[in-house]
Design a protein around this ligand. Structure first.
Ligand code: XIL
Length: 351
């Protein structure tokens, strides 16, 4: 029915005549619709990937799939402080700017990742002995520099990343040690001043279900909200592993954050396994991807589901988790796995 309105004069055709026109449609149209992006249309959830910007520059197949399969992108590394300000006061935005151009050309939103973290900070920050007063000024400047540079082009900012331990205690970082927990409220206020339209997120792993870490976020966000701090989104990375099983109560957890007035998002989904693979693990992987996606589709305010890379060719997993891999939706040759089909089919059912 929807198609008919796009064909001039089609309204005058009988439905039988209309059906006869269908086979003339080019075969390519059918395959273009067989993507995650097309399947997500109408669900209210954007489907995204982290992007390796070297692969994006060097490889046409990677570039084509990034454009065809996703309608939001996240820089896997190039918006991290270590890369944007390698020397104090010397900024390099080039790689991130190219990604944003790519996203705009392809109708994709951009998740900004990440402003305040304990990892991938510049060497000069770690090496010099700054006072707390200096560090506060440095953090403020960093947030203003980066958020202003990308102003108007970023959909979500991951303002703070991984601030709690799994037991719910504050992670011991340069920021906590020197500034105390108030650095979080400061970071959100500064980011909001620099780009009032970007949605501002917390982001972490192992915070998908109800557990001490997500409880810590719940208490913190309730407190921040009562103080009028502009925190607007709850990001769950979703780095799962088949050998550990999958988090329970994900939907209940999302609902409690949504009741606080937040949007929710899965920001870095992958499902790794101990190598070698076998059919049971590959099947379990599809369930892992699907569990999080289903929770997102059932929640009221889950706005995006982003995978942390879509091909094993560029996955971070083997480099970090010894003996593990096969974590993404496509293998090293871009062959779709059962997990890809599961995600696509679940999106189609929800559309
Ligand atoms: C990872 C990247 O994928 C790697 O390329 C890099 O070497 C280290 O960081 N949580 C996050 C991401 O928030 O930024 C991390 O990305 C993966 C874990």
């Amino acid at each position: 029915m929807r198609l008919r309105h796009t064909v001039p004069g089609a309204v005058a055709l009988t439905s039988l005549a209309f059906l006869l026109i269908i086979p003339a449609a080019p075969a390519a149209a059918a395959s273009a619709s067989d993507t995650l992006r097309a399947s997500a249309r109408g669900t209210g959830v954007r489907i995204g990937t982290a992007v390796n910007t070297d692969a994006l520059a060097d490889e046409a197949q990677y570039r084509d799939l990034t454009a065809a399969e996703f309608n939001t992108v996240t820089a896997e590394n190039v918006m991290k402080w270590q890369l944007t300000e390698p020397e104090r006061g010397v900024h390099d935005w080039a790689a991130a700017d190219r990604l944003i151009e790519f996203a705009q050309a392809n109708g994709q939103k951009v998740r900004g990742h990440t402003l305040v973290w304990h990892s991938q900070n510049p060497d000069w920050l770690n090496e010099e002995d700054f006072t707390p007063t200096q560090l506060r000024a440095i953090l403020r400047q960093h947030i203003f520099d980066e958020v202003r540079h990308f102003k108007g082009k970023i959909w979500h900012w991951d303002v703070v990343n991984e601030i709690f331990e799994d037991d719910g205690s504050w992670r011991d970082t340069i920021w906590l040690r020197n500034l105390g927990p108030g650095y979080v409220a400061d970071a959100f206020r500064w980011a909001h001043q620099a780009d009032p339209k970007a949605k501002l997120y917390v982001n972490d792993y192992n915070n998908e279900g109800i557990n001490p870490k997500s409880d810590a976020y719940y208490d913190l966000i309730k407190q921040l909200k009562s103080e009028g701090v502009p925190v607007q989104g709850y990001g769950m990375q979703g780095h799962l592993a088949v050998q550990y099983g999958f988090p329970a109560d994900v939907l209940d957890n999302m609902r409690r954050f949504e009741k606080l007035g937040l949007d929710t998002a899965f920001t870095e989904v992958d499902v790794r396994m101990l190598l070698p693979t076998d059919t049971a693990k590959v099947q379990a992987q599809a369930e892992g991807y699907n569990n999080l996606l289903r929770a997102c589709l059932l929640a009221q305010r889950c706005v995006s589901y982003t995978v942390w890379g879509f091909t094993d060719k560029y996955s971070w997993v083997p480099g970090v988790f010894t003996g593990e891999g096969y974590a993404t939706l496509m293998d090293e040759n871009y062959v779709r796995k059962p997990a890809y089909a599961a995600v696509r089919d679940t999106l189609r059912l929800a559309a």
